[in-house]
Design a binder for this molecule. Structure first.
Ligand code: CTP
Ligand code: CA
Length: 231
């Protein structure tokens, strides 16, 4: 056991964690963003470091103290996050995509601040961002473990878990951590709760607890994955 009673089960492994939420600028002072605080991603980075891993954090707009013992790379937009993730990914044994990455960006951001006296735009034209996790899946190296996150609300076309299972079918990661949005949990909250879907159909319920303990439960599941026979 290590200094803090945590088993160093990730010693010798390089864990890449993305955290926070990307910003897509409309003009030099305004952006489309999301409510992700980076707390769960930072908790994962902390937990991985405590378990002996070499940790790289790609942090999108996170207003939290940096994780001690980890290398942190700050990014703003989804395009920047994508670039940095692909630089680090080839040496990562485990990649945890906890960041909320924008699906769309303004197609023609203004170089100058948009003034209210100018004609009000009816809409902001958007274009799609590449899906980083899908790219990681396509370029995955043998034995590399990929963990995705899904924040879902459910809707008329299905429950939170229906949506999450469909997401896992589209992006066949080893683990998909599913958070239900709403009910006072998620984003800024210190606590979290999740259902973790496994590639083989397994489902693990993590009852409401601190984001640090949620992180350790997720890493316990990562430790149980053996991709050593992967091609
Ligand atoms: N993700 C990514 N690149 C994107 C969008 C998402 O790598 N451009 C990653 C997220 O970091 C997360 C996972 O994909 O780990 C699922 O993100 P999510 O937004 O829940 O899924 P989407 O496939 O974008 O579907 P939707 O937003 O329609 O629910
Ligand atoms: Ca999305």
């Amino acid at each position: 056991r290590g200094a803090h009673g945590v088993r160093p089960d990730l010693a010798g492994r390089h864990v890449l964690v993305t955290a926070g939420g990307t910003r897509e600028y409309v003009d030099p002072v305004r952006f489309l963003g999301n409510a992700s605080s980076g707390r769960q991603g930072y908790a994962l980075a902390r937990a991985a470091a405590a378990r002996g891993a070499t940790v790289t954090v790609v942090a999108a707009n996170v207003a939290l103290p940096e994780v001690a013992g980890a290398r942190t790379i700050a990014v703003t937009s989804a395009a920047q996050l994508r670039e940095r993730v692909h630089e680090v990914a080839p040496s990562a044994d485990v990649i945890v995509m906890a960041a909320a990455v924008a699906d769309f960006r303004p197609a023609a951001p203004s170089a100058h601040k948009i003034k209210k006296e100018s004609a009000a735009p009816d809409s902001i034209a958007l274009e799609r961002n590449p899906d980083v996790l899908s790219e990681l899946l396509a370029n995955r190296r043998p034995g590399q473990v990929l963990v995705g996150f899904a924040a879902e609300t459910g809707g008329p076309d299905g429950s939170v878990l229906d949506h999450a299972r469909a997401k896992l079918a589209r992006k066949p990661v080893d683990l998909l951590v599913v958070n239900q949005v709403g009910g006072g949990l998620g984003f800024e909250a210190p606590d979290n709760a999740a259902v973790v879907l496994g590639a083989a159909g397994g489902e693990t319920v993590i009852e409401r607890t601190s984001k640090d303990l949620v992180a350790h439960r997720i890493l316990d599941l990562v430790g149980g994955i053996d991709r050593s026979d992967a091609e």
